[in-house]
Design a protein around this ligand. Structure first.
Ligand SMILES: [Mn+2]
Length: 372
């Protein structure tokens, strides 16, 4: 294992004028480590102590995974391998619908086993990444003992939890926390992993445009030097199936604007991650401040919220979901949730959802205008 933490062999020659020939090549990383939390070493040691004696390790992400959780799981499995643990399995509930995320898994050769094919009792160590036990986006019985959790979503109460946890809601991505662990551990980050973690930070922060901390930016810079930008471009611009355009068409026809709040309803979708994909496109509509996107998948309303300038997306997602007996949350500029409904509620659920979000955003008396 090389001692360098970045992939020097694949690094492009720097065009920057800074730095002399004998400058320490790891100087930037050393500076970056100084920005990381003082207790990072303790956290890393505590995490290692919890997992290193396990026989069989499961790394689980949230259902319908996004690049941040896929990269985080991939990074944790690499760190475990660095510590001599080769018996790890990465898994998630649901499936990957979004073309970019499928491309990421394919081009980076990330080995993922669907949750339905696993026997939980086969594992003596379960690590959750980018999610927290008990949330409605994790496919795991509530009684299953958890070993460790790495996450950046807000959690109400973290007192007296029986598992290791590093939950930092001021981080834009769990990939940042995992990158810090890899750097602190002195673990080599190969090109493909660097590409994955870079893409994880990039997507969760909307290209560094929202919910970004100084640590996200520093990790992003380090990973930029170590990743493969051509590979990243292939992931970002995958071929799409016709269903993508049919769903987008329905979104355009449905989009309704209430003052500066836009709502897009995608109808029945073949995968819940279309909601997160489409909202980022529609949120670019001029004069829009807040965008809400909904879609129906397997008797659930899946929804996402984006906010351009006000840090209220996650809080609003949580409040709206709660009012309709679902679950939701997120960050300042991006939130999401899921609301289960019965067949009897089926015809009215979207109308009720609209009434609740109009109340939440103080537009209850505003009539909407379609964009087409
Ligand atoms: Mn995330």
């Amino acid at each position: 294992m090389p001692s360098s933490t970045i992939n020097d062999a694949d690094r492009q020659p720097s065009t920057e004028g800074s730095g002399s020939a004998d400058e320490d090549p790891l100087l930037h990383i050393k500076k970056c480590l100084a920005l990381f939390p003082d207790n990072l070493g303790d956290k890393l040691a505590a995490f290692k102590a919890k997992v290193v004696s396990a026989e069989s390790i499961l790394i689980l992400t949230h259902d319908y995974p996004d690049p941040d959780c896929i990269a985080s799981a991939y990074g944790v499995s690499h760190l475990l391998e660095f510590w001599g643990k080769t018996n790890t399995t990465i898994s998630f509930g649901g499936f990957v619908g979004r073309a970019e995320n499928r491309a990421m898994i394919r081009y980076l050769n990330i080995n993922i086993i669907p949750y339905v094919l696993l026997e939980i009792k086969d594992f003596d160590c379960i690590i959750l990444v980018d999610c927290f036990p008990g949330r409605n986006n994790v496919s795991l019985p509530s009684t299953t003992p958890i070993t460790a959790v790495l996450d950046h979503h807000y959690v109400d109460n973290m007192n007296n939890l029986p598992f290791f946890h590093d939950v930092r809601c001021d981080m834009g991505a769990t990939s940042t926390i995992v990158t810090e662990y890899l750097l602190k551990a002195g673990c080599y980050i190969p090109t493909k992993l660097a590409t994955a973690l870079f893409y994880g930070i990039m997507t969760d922060t909307g290209d560094m445009g929202r919910d970004t901390s100084i640590e996200d930016i520093e990790c992003y810079r380090i990973l930029f030097d170590a990743m493969d930008s051509r590979l990243l471009a292939r992931i970002q611009h995958p071929d799409r199936d016709a269903e993508f355009f049919r769903i987008m068409h329905r979104g355009v026809e449905s989009m309704t604007v209430y003052n500066n709040v836009g709502h897009v309803h995608l109808g029945q979708i073949i995968s819940p991650d279309y909601v997160g994909e489409m909202i980022d496109i529609f949120h670019s509509l001029e004069k829009i401040e807040i965008t809400i996107c909904t879609g129906i998948f397997k008797k659930n309303v899946f929804f996402s919220i984006r906010s351009k300038h006000r840090d209220e997306a996650g809080r609003s997602a949580e409040a709206i979901a709660k009012a309709l007996n679902g679950g939701g949350g997120g960050h300042g500029r991006a939130g999401a949730g899921r609301i289960p409904f019965t067949p009897e509620q089926g015809v009215t659920i979207i109308d009720r959802f609209i009434a609740i979000f109009k109340e939440t955003f103080n537009i209850a008396d505003v009539n909407g205008n379609k964009i087409v």
